[in-house]
Design a protein around this ligand. Structure first.
Ligand code: RET
Ligand code: FE2
Length: 348
């Protein structure tokens, strides 16, 4: 099994049904419901983020140690697993330490990191699963990444500043009693600039894709409009939690399965269960280890959380620390699969 970017058509169709469609349906349903502005208790809005601790969300990065071997089409060896472990210890450790020293800067960095990471994940899906041959150059793919990652990170800042600010506060609070150092980011003129600037980027992305044309563009444009409507109407705690599990993580788990020969055999015959069972088994040990780190973090922070939003804030700090090395691993996958070499197209 090689690190080919484009999966066999039969396996790709299975993945579209099981990894892409649930995200589309969830986002469309929630956007439709929240267009009527229903009163949904905050605890309920936290549900997807809480569920993500054990289901799909946190586990989606828990087989990063198997990725180097998987990219080479070999069985995992101690050397490459230790290499990834070292990467996690160094990058994750340094970033965790930084939260104790400069939590506000670490939060801002986390938003940009997530934007880049969720963007890179979606560019992979658009190109490899959606046949995105309309993204014809590297700059166009980079713009697509900024647009896709910008929906979850920037649209809520414009549409739901209060909830955004509360969550930002919950991430920073365990480390610093500072009153509200992020206040400037929520000023109306900053939000206006972010909103108008981002809308322009979305428009350019859609226009460039339209000019290139193709079936891939229609799917990309449909998803782009869906994500815009979703993040503009659904409160971000619920929206980001749902997106994390059913969009980003689902797509990444599918990407990993498509690099795994036994999983691909099932997917080609329309069977997802074997791939899911394999993933769950492989991801369980390091998901458990991550949870132990969450416990450790809880014990060492200066100001321990006591509420659900507070605990989720600390959980997101753990995710931040894990995401930095995870992005490095995914960037490696991107490189090995030639994602940013736009000349590589499905027909080539
Ligand atoms: C929950 C939430 C926020 C941030 C969530 C982040 C940044 C999540 C990152 C998750 C990652 C990186 C997962 C790994 O793939 C915002 C935007 C402050 C708005 C309010 C709700
Ligand atoms: Fe990820």
């Amino acid at each position: 099994m090689s690190a080919a970017l484009f999966p066999p058509a039969s396996a790709r169709d299975t993945v579209r049904t099981w990894a892409l469609a649930p995200g589309w349906v969830a986002c469309a349903l929630l956007a439709a419901v929240f267009a009527f502005d229903p009163a949904v208790p905050l605890e309920l809005q936290y549900l997807p983020l809480v569920v993500s601790v054990v289901l799909v969300g946190l586990p989606h990065g828990a087989i990063d140690h198997l990725v180097p071997a998987r990219l080479r089409g070999e069985s995992p060896d101690a050397r490459s697993m230790l290499g990834v472990g070292l990467l996690y210890a160094l990058l994750g450790g340094a970033y965790t330490a930084a939260w104790f020293l400069v939590p506000v800067a670490c939060f801002a960095f986390f938003i940009l990191l997530t934007l880049a990471h969720w963007g890179q994940g979606d560019v992979h899906a658009v190109v490899a699963l959606g046949g995105g041959d309309h993204l014809r150059s590297r700059p166009q793919r980079v713009l697509a990444a900024v647009v896709r990652g910008g929906f979850p990170m920037l649209v809520p800042l414009v549409a739901f500043p209060e909830q955004y600010r509360a969550v930002a506060g919950a991430l920073v609070a365990p480390f610093a009693a500072a009153p509200d150092p992020l206040a400037p980011a929520f000023a109306p003129d900053v939000r206006l600039v972010v909103g108008v600037g981002f809308a322009l980027l979305v428009a350019v992305h859609l226009a460039l894709g339209y000019r290139s044309g193709g079936a891939g563009w229609r799917l990309d444009a449909g998803e782009t409009v869906l994500l815009g409507a979703f993040f503009a109407t659904v409160p971000p705690v619920l929206a980001v939690g749902t997106y994390f599990c059913l969009w980003h993580a689902a797509r990444h788990v599918a990407r990993l399965a498509l690099l795994d020969e036994p999983s691909v055999r099932g997917l080609r015959r329309g069977r997802v269960r074997p791939a899911l069972v394999r993933f769950a088994k492989q991801a369980a040990p390091l998901t458990a280890l991550s949870l132990a780190f969450l416990g450790g973090l809880y014990l060492v922070v200066p100001d321990r959380p006591t509420t659900v939003p507070g605990f989720v804030g600390l959980y997101l700090v753990l995710i931040a620390a894990l995401t930095l090395p995870h992005v490095a691993v995914v960037a490696w996958m991107d490189r090995a699969q030639g994602l940013w070499r736009a000349a590589v197209s499905e027909r080539a």
